[in-house]
Design a protein around this ligand. Sequence first.
Ligand code: RUB
Length: 305
Amino acid sequence: MNVDGTVKAIKEMEIRGAGRIARAASAALSEFVSSKEWKNIDEMRKDVLKAKDKLISSRPTAVSLLNAVQYTMKGFDASVNVKDAANLIIKNSAEFVSASDEAVSKIGVIGSRRIKDNATVMTHCNSSAALECIKEAHRNGKKIKVYATESRPWRQGILTVNELAKEGIDVTLIVDSAVRSVMRKVDIVLVGADTITSNGSVINKIGTSQLALAANESNVPFVVCSETYKISPQTLFGDTVTIEERDINEIVRKGEVHESVKVFNPVFDSTPPGYIDAIVTELGIISPGSVYEIMMRQFGDVTFS
Ligand code: RUB
């Protein structure tokens, strides 16, 4: 898909979920340099930077998007001719997309080991990393029951229940407000991440922190499944994560509430490290306290502007 098509699809949630957004943005940059011709590197640089900015601004919360685009453009500034620069972006993108897919599979294998036979799992929204752990455990013959939240207002939970049901997994849809009362039947909570901050907080779909609170109260392990490129190096230098606010039409229909009523639609929230038992990454299971170390290992050479 081209850059404008990808930006539109991300904004309109046709492409959604932090990992998918990241891979789509990287692939769009690759498509851009493959399909266009430039007379010189300066012209190309201007256009590629414009495309990069458009992609990065398509959704504000998931750092996976920024990290994917930065990875795809690694070395681009130093390129001296159009052909080499295009080849570099194409190669970086192919590397990123395949490493990202592979990371989800590895997370699935590692995370599945945390799911016991006959376990009841709760999940929120629609995270490919979290669902891969559940599917892998199921493929390994474990009998699993899943409670999936509806995830208002966009209702990504509908995608989750259908995805799991197609695999033959026993899945029950619950409304978000049922989380606390259902928690006592749950053995483990598995959720995804859009961004992980330097102190180990996890930014994920609105309501995630409520699952964490309820899990904590019931002594249920709360586990985040996330590729390491969702760690935000910028947060180390004091940047905070922007929580996306989406259109109020996702919550209320036109004319449904009195015109003086304000409607607030933040679509992500932050779960503090104290509520997170483990983060399953492609490198293995880490604690929120070791995010800083992983950050330095993965992004040590990133420059901040
Ligand atoms: C999706 C969401 C997912 C994370 C992780 O929100 O919060 O839990 O993005 O997903 P939205 P994945 O639907 O608003 O994009 O594990 O697939 O990267």
